[in-house]
Design a protein around this ligand. Structure first.
Ligand SMILES: [Zn+2]
Length: 143
């Protein structure tokens, strides 16, 4: 499951930045477009942290809104404004993950450029301004 591989990567990064000290709290930001299940991610982080001896580590997970900007007409729009309307167009690209249909962005956020277009002028020349990646924002370690 995608959440677990992401958790694995985040835990390794936390271990790296803590460099031998005891991490107490980590703040993580997840792009909305990734369609990560926050509860599943949290559980995975907790399990992996314990496995690696980071017993006291707790997490804050923020979901960052995904926004786009069209390079042709300048329109800026948000994923949640078009997500419902896009559901039909995304159907052919659906991936069945453990019995549940999910959009391909869950696995491949960069596919956005191949599938989405500007809701105003129809151009595929747009930027993803925010909310397409997972970031480790901060780690608090024991002094
Ligand atoms: Zn446009």
């Amino acid at each position: 499951m995608h959440e677990w591989s992401l958790a694995e990567a985040l835990i390794s990064k936390i271990e790296e930045v803590s460099s031998g000290r005891t991490p107490l709290h980590a703040k993580v930001s997840i792009g909305e477009l990734m369609e990560i299940e926050v509860d599943v991610l949290k559980e995975a982080l907790n399990v992996l942290a314990k496995e690696r001896g980071m017993d006291r580590l707790t997490f804050t997970i923020n979901v960052e809104e995904t926004s786009f900007k069209c390079n042709s007409c300048g329109l800026e729009w948000k994923w949640k404004e078009v997500a419902k309307r896009m559901a039909k167009e995304l159907e052919p690209y659906q991936i069945i993950d453990e019995g549940e249909p999910t959009t391909p962005f869950h696995f491949l956020p960069y596919l956005a450029h191949a599938i989405l277009k500007c809701p105003k002028c129809g151009s595929r020349d747009f930027e993803i301004k925010s909310g397409n990646t997972a970031k480790l924002l901060s780690v608090v370690v024991e002094e």
